[in-house]
Design a binder for this molecule. Structure first.
Ligand code: PEP
Ligand code: MN
Length: 347
């Protein structure tokens, strides 16, 4: 249930509503949007209870309207937050003009991550990505440098000023990864690892949540809901391709997810064409299409020597190809966003 307060309501009126909700055994969630205060009740309610609460609250001063959530996700919905969420990470903003998160699939060595970070920054990337804890299909593949890799990422970040996005695989590792990372990545394979979602939801780090290989849009939003429900409002959604019958690409990029998600949720949406396609020659076209479709950012795998990469070399752009693509991204982004105005508001 969403309670829309009138734009000129007083603080005392909001306090009265909150007390009335608590008095009925619910925990209100409050957000102040640009135009008005919105109060949400996310607990499940049977029909009679909805009617009772609607009658009670609609009679109180300052209430302009009451709606019920249209979908099963609530805090992620646009009913709860009409304005777009913009997430600030150090001096960068996700949710305005598109940002680019670039880096290798895995952190392989100190020298290589420092080199890639410097080149990515010089080409205009805003974030450094790289896995220190790698989920691999085979247990015998390279599974990351763990804490050593996190240290190299931090060093590369300090050197370049790029905030770090890196994956966390288990709830137990969340405190360690959060110590080094600016943004916690939850990968496709873990999208429905609810204990991990909740552990990330208990941190103050933004969470980069990738769509599961076989997950629907609704399931992605319900996974985001687990993080939001723990009090962490900084969730970035990532479309990274889903599994279909087509074997020519690693996955199938679901580009319709971008405008669809933007209609359904206030959270920023980023596209990862590297894992979607699995082939570096397909990445530029998909990256540009994603920006044109309104994505708030791109996650791109980039390597200084893709042929020798310990993981995902086939889909990694060379530093030169990345530099060239960045110029094109800039042009498409300008074409899409130049006519847009609007106030930026942080989560
Ligand atoms: C990654 O970003 O390196 C990764 C493992 O991605 P995904 O979870 O989308 O497969
Ligand atoms: Mn990868």
């Amino acid at each position: 249930m969403v309670i829309l307060m009138s734009p000129d309501c007083r603080k005392a009126e909001v306090a009265e509503i909150l007390a009335a909700i608590r008095g009925r055994g619910f925990e209100p969630r409050i957000i102040s949007s640009l135009s008005r205060t919105v109060i949400g009740i996310v607990e499940e309610m049977h029909h009679g209870r909805v009617e009772e609460m609607t009658a009670l609250l609609s009679g109180l001063p300052g209430v302009e309207g009451i709606e019920t959530f249209g979908g099963s996700f609530k805090l992620a919905s646009r009913e709860f937050r009409p304005e777009r969420t913009i997430i600030r990470v150090r001096d960068k903003y996700i949710g305005g003009a598109p940002v680019v998160m670039a880096g290798p699939c895995a952190v392989e060595s100190r020298e290589s991550i420092l080199r890639i970070a410097e080149m990515a920054a010089a080409s205009g990337a805003s974030f450094l990505r790289g896995g220190a804890f790698k989920p691999r299909t085979s247990p015998y593949s390279f599974r990351g440098l763990k804490e050593e890799g996190l240290k190299y990422l931090r060093e590369a970040s300090n050197l370049t000023g790029l905030p770090v996005v890196t994956e966390v695989l288990t709830p137990e590792d969340v405190p360690l990864v959060a110590e080094y990372a600016d943004v916690l990545q939850i990968g496709a394979r873990n999208m429905q690892n609810y204990a991990l979602l909740e552990a990330a939801g208990e941190t103050d780090r933004p969470v980069f949540l990738k769509r599961g290989l076989m997950a629907t849009i609704k399931e992605l939003l319900l996974s985001a809901e687990y993080i939001l429900a723990k009090g962490n409002s900084q969730v970035i959604l990532c479309e990274r391709g889903i599994r279909t019958f087509e074997p020519a690409t690693r996955n199938t990029l679901d580009l319709s997810a971008v405008p669809l998600l933007k209609e359904m949720t206030h959270l920023p949406v980023v596209v990862d064409p590297s894992h979607a396609s699995g082939k570096r020659e397909l990445v530029p076209a998909l990256a540009l299409a994603a920006v044109a479709a309104g994505a708030d950012g791109l996650m791109l795998e980039v390597h200084d020597n893709p042929e020798a990469a310990l993981s995902d070399g086939r889909q990694s752009l060379t530093l030169e190809a990345f530099d060239y693509l960045m110029k094109k991204i800039e042009r498409v982004s300008m074409a899409i966003h130049e006519s847009e105005t609007g106030e930026l508001k942080c989560a």
